[in-house]
Design a binder for this molecule. Structure first.
Ligand SMILES: C[S@@+](CC[C@H](N)C(=O)[O-])C[C@H]1O[C@@H](n2cnc3c(N)ncnc32)[C@H](O)[C@@H]1O
Length: 281
């Protein structure tokens, strides 16, 4: 007879091999795997698990012990207060990207006519925050992977935002040619194909991570395309690797952008660059 409490202890002990917060992870896997509220673990710890429930937990535990990120095991992840569905088709939204979206919100006015664009939307994380925080704005979210875009749409439906258009294709190509934006934001793939961190990221889609030989192969077309897609005075905000700020500045300056700034995360790493449209006098 194995109880909830027994399994929670068992999971915690096993997860210590792959996690620095095994107790918390055990709780999440239990509640998710069994469809319980977290309070039920406290209220009814002696409840005996059925063989089916034990098998469900064992499957989740095996996945996690084999190195599958917790977010994919749970199928859900939290970003900027939103609970998002995540599958192996999308990058797991990172706390790092909260810097990008916070800056975008700080820079955007609360106006009726705002047009905002998120390039490479993945799970829809950034676009959904913008749409929720700027309900009067029209948000456009572009994603090349149809599988990822399906996850983003699902998240949009679950959260219930109405002011996003989801578009599938290569950066600016699926957009109406007449559209112009007040803000273009992107967290594009920016790793170089030989980046030493890639083995640790093997469960996430390579197309969401790797840009090409130098790591700048996505940032560059996004910057070039933004020249003609921003309204006068419009802003571009780009997440990038902490060693890419100088290269991104050069690209922005070379393509006529003004007021080029780098923004650091709480650890002081240069993670976001922003600039103003070249059209602004
Ligand atoms: C680093 S992920 C970012 C996902 C999401 N915006 C986030 O911050 O969590 C980059 C995304 O860009 C998408 N992508 C890659 N190349 C693209 C392209 N040429 N056009 C549109 N999207 C692209 C990838 O499929 C991936 O979903």
């Amino acid at each position: 007879m194995i109880s909830l409490q027994d399994w929670q202890r068992h999971l915690g002990a096993q997860l210590a091999a792959v996690s620095d917060q095994p107790i918390q992870e055990a709780r999440w896997l239990m509640t998710h795997g069994l469809g319980l509220r977290s309070t039920e673990l406290l209220i009814n710890p002696q409840k005996v698990l059925t063989p089916t429930e034990r098998a469900q937990l064992q499957t989740l535990l095996d996945q996690r012990l084999s190195g599958v990120p917790l977010a994919y095991c749970l199928g859900e992840w939290s970003f900027y207060g939103l609970d998002l569905t995540v599958t192996a088709a999308v990058l797991i939204p990172r706390p790092d990207s909260e810097l990008l979206v916070s800056l975008a919100l700080m820079e955007s006015q609360v106006e009726d006519d705002l047009q905002l664009l998120d390039l490479g939307t993945g799970s829809g994380a950034l676009a959904l925050v913008l749409a929720r925080e700027r309900p009067q704005a029209s948000v456009f979210a572009v994603e090349q992977s149809p599988e990822a875009l399906a996850v983003a749409r699902l998240n949009g439906d679950r959260i219930g935002v109405k002011n996003i258009q989801w578009l599938q294709g290569d950066w600016y190509t699926p957009l109406d040619p007449n559209l112009r934006f007040d803000q273009i934001i992107s967290n594009p793939p920016y790793l170089a194909s030989n980046d030493p961190h890639l083995p640790d990221l093997q469960h996430e889609p390579r197309t969401a991570l790797v840009a090409g030989a130098t790591g700048l192969e996505c940032l560059e077309p996004i910057i070039i395309g933004a020249r003609s897609r921003l309204r006068p005075g419009g802003r571009i905000l780009l997440e990038h690797g902490c060693e890419q700020a100088a290269a991104v500045h050069t690209l922005l300056h070379d393509h006529g952008f003004q007021q080029v700034h780098t923004h650091c995360d709480l650890a002081g790493r240069e993670r976001v660059s922003s600039a103003r449209s070249p059209d602004h006098a």
